[in-house]
Write a protein that binds this ligand. Structure first.
Ligand code: DX5
Ligand code: ZN
Length: 218
């Protein structure tokens, strides 16, 4: 992998000190922000007002991962606010292309995410309308879960389409990424690695980011 990207997930950070926590991972390619609504997933985290404050507090491009129902209603607002990448779930909408179009019209990059049990084949055709594919390697909702290696087949399939020039997009993986799992994901062709507990659970988060990036590049 030429230049692996690391996206620390602030889900594992101290929510009372988000500006400081963003500063602790300076040098990361993206900062991953998990938005959960207690409907699409059982957990509840943060929404647009917190993202707006984070945008003012850091220069790291925000990678917003919307684990919410009705993304068509909410996703464009994140792009309008200035989030770099806005990813929503394929399972949450009947019309993912329309949502992607609205995110792009609002100035953001559009990402599609699939849960571990969701096949990628039905979506291959529409991926040309997206900038990112986020492959979930845990059930969305909580940090600190174990990596599900079965999902790597999806990353591999999309990597092939990118390498053959049929698609242009970032292949991203989220869930259970750490020193023990990142190499398998890199080998499957992942470009961008989300890591929550492996980064914020470390003594020195910036060092953890560099170590993961080096491992992915090896
Ligand atoms: C889970 C979130 C992830 C989470 C990853 O639903 O989407 O971004 O923060 O945390 P780790 O890296 O601890 O599995
Ligand atoms: Zn996430």
């Amino acid at each position: 992998m030429a230049h692996p990207m690391i996206a620390p997930s602030i889900l594992s950070a101290d929510f009372a000190r988000l500006a400081d926590e963003a500063a602790r991972v300076e040098g990361s390619e993206w900062l991953h922000v998990d938005v959960m609504d207690a409907h699409f997933v059982p957990n509840l985290t943060l929404g647009l007002p917190v993202v707006q404050s984070l945008l003012a507090a850091t220069d790291i491009p925000l990678d917003c991962h919307l684990m919410i129902d009705d993304p068509g209603r909410w996703a464009p607002g994140y792009a309008e606010a200035g989030a770099y990448n806005v990813t929503f779930h394929a399972e949450a909408t009947d019309d993912p292309r329309a949502v992607a179009r609205d995110i792009r019209a609002a100035g953001g990059k559009a990402g599609l995410s699939v849960k571990p049990g969701t096949p990628i084949e039905p979506y291959l055709e529409i991926l040309k309308d997206f900038d990112t594919l986020l492959v979930m390697s845990v059930e969305p909702g909580f940090g600190g879960q174990s990596f599900i290696p079965d999902v790597l087949g999806k990353a591999r399939a999309v990597r092939e389409l990118v390498d053959s020039g049929e698609l242009t997009l970032v292949v991203e993986i989220d869930g259970g990424i750490n020193a023990d799992t990142i190499e398998a994901a890199a080998e499957a062709g992942v470009d961008c690695f989300v890591a929550g507990s492996a980064v914020y659970g470390a003594q020195d988060p910036a060092l953890a980011v560099r170590a993961l990036r080096e491992q992915a590049a090896a």
